[in-house]
Design a protein around this ligand. Structure first.
Ligand SMILES: [Zn+2]
Length: 259
């Protein structure tokens, strides 16, 4: 209670009243929390442009025992991550990364490991890391830390090492071999895609960014991971819809604010 200070990343914001803003943060010391930034929408606000999506900084806030929202005193920027807001694909990828974290973690449940992972993922995406690879690496590690690691080494039913292709069953968080699975359900993964997924799960981050993955296998893994997270969250993802519409200018115009 009282005045608190912690490293934080802005993961969302909404207008409040005439000139205030509600800002959602993922913080190192407190996990996910939301606060009110008084007068943040005034032209000469003391927050300036600091409260933009993805900004990493030091948050000072005041907390009352009875209030759900904290009062944001100051937010000093450590990294703007401007590059993430200037490119539609990076914007959509970053939005998906914070959306996964936001939807899969409860409020006020601190996890320094999840915070460090978010800092690393957004930094690499802003530094020019592959927008097809960074979100995949990030979400696989997020799933590990949350206890939802996709089980792909053995068939969930017969426990045999499966002969590809396999079906990924999101409800059970793992794969079924050809004998046990129903080809009409779940997402199909080829043998090379299963091997690629295992490597991405095992390699340290840098190795995961470097390891070779054919575009077809990368697309299979993206489809599986996106479907699995959507199942865990329980609702369709706004940022994935935004990413899917990037190639269609009419749609992007309509949803540019969406993620
Ligand atoms: Zn089986």
């Amino acid at each position: 209670m009282g005045l608190q200070k912690t490293e934080s990343i802005v993961i969302g914001s909404w207008a409040l009243g005439e000139s205030d803003r509600i800002v959602a943060f993922y913080t190192r010391a407190h996990g996910k929390l939301r606060g009110v930034a008084k007068a943040a929408r005034r032209p000469r606000s003391r927050f300036g442009g600091a409260l933009e999506l993805f900004t990493y900084g030091t948050l000072v806030f005041f907390e009352k025992e009875t209030a759900e929202l904290v009062r944001i005193n100051s937010f000093d920027v450590l990294r703007h991550h401007q590059a993430l807001r200037e490119d539609l694909e990076r914007l959509g990828c970053g939005a998906w990364m914070v959306e996964c974290l936001s939807h899969l973690t409860p409020d006020r449940d601190p996890s320094p490991a999840l915070f460090t992972l978010l800092v690393q993922g957004l930094r690499r995406l802003a530094q020019g890391g592959d927008p097809a690879r960074i979100p995949l690496l990030y979400v696989l590690r997020l799933l590990d830390l949350l206890g939802h690691r996709p089980q792909v080494t053995r068939c969930l039913d017969c426990r045999r090492s499966p002969l590809a292709p396999v079906q990924f069953d999101s409800a059970r968080g793992g794969v079924l071999c050809r004998r046990c699975g129903d080809a009409k359900r779940g997402v199909t993964l080829s043998g090379p895609a299963v091997t690629g997924l295992q490597r991405l799960q095992q390699l340290p981050w840098e190795g995961g960014e470097r390891c070779r993955l054919a575009p077809a296998q990368r697309d299979e893994l993206q489809a599986v991971v996106q479907e699995y997270v959507t199942y865990l969250v329980g609702q369709p993802s706004r940022s994935l819809r935004f990413l899917a519409n990037i190639g269609d200018p009419a749609q992007v115009g309509a949803t540019a604010e969406a993620p």
